[in-house]
Design a protein around this ligand. Sequence first.
Ligand code: SF4
Length: 327
Amino acid sequence: MNPFTYTRAGDAQQAINAFQGSPGPFYVAGATDVMQLLREDVYSPGTLVDISSLPYTQVEVGPRGARIGALARLADVADDDAVLRYYPLLARVLRETASTQIRNVATMGGNLLQRTRCLYFRDAHTACNKRRPGSGCAAMRGANRINAILGTSEQCIAAYPGDMAVALVVLDAHIQLEGPDGPRSVPVAELHRVPADDPAHDTTLRPGEIITRIDLPASRFAESCAFVKARDRMTFEWALASAAVGLEMDGGTVRVARVAAGGVGTVPWPLPRVEHALIGKALSAERAAKAAALSVEGARSAGDNGFKLKLLPRVVEQAILAAGGQA
Ligand code: SF4
């Protein structure tokens, strides 16, 4: 691990000032992912700006919406009675995320910003355009079983690894930000960037911005939602493919459908074609399978990860049927 300077901020403005005045600055709170990256020399920040004391830990949840502080711990949100009642999809996803020990430490904002699990990104001795722009991509012809099949580019095929962002896309969540240019709000669906020709930048955050809160609109899918996650082992593991589904049903007919996939895209991957194939239709096993088949439109395998082309439609189909009470 390379040496760095450590600064603890007492409020958002102090944090932003410290960030702007530092060489190679980096915000840190729960530090569950950052510590690994520091130890492996993937990150070499000049300064770590600790924001864990900032007052962004509220969990305010009701039928008309939720305001969840970016520094709330995953476990606190997953176990909150109102989250379980009004946003069971979020509670379910959080319980499938990380180990109990990590959930007790990791923050909501940090979870959204976790970096890819691509083997070569986390090995500082290999070529990786995301870690060292212009160095190449060892995953293209290497071990790419966990990498993405959607949203990839010639520069990078790294999968976005998180579960929670997939559910937040379905729930139409927004993040609130504070930064050098003042506050702003961004839909979670627009937070992450596909790599295109600039894989080094994972998000649309501007330099110095801090996520302060995650806002959810009024609860919609509490009665009909599901999260299905395929992974290598039942104890904690990142998704090989996952699907979050929220439905509004009118009898047996789908009135509203929101569907997104994880573990397969370079960003949390919305599936509007799948949604359109469900809306206005009677939900059945056949309809779910036909809609789910559209989830891999435009997908591209890099070799080892070709199995995801078959896995993803199965996972999406299961999630649709589970959300509709037909699993
Ligand atoms: Fe790096 Fe992306 Fe290639 Fe992985 S897929 S080695 S993160 S450039």
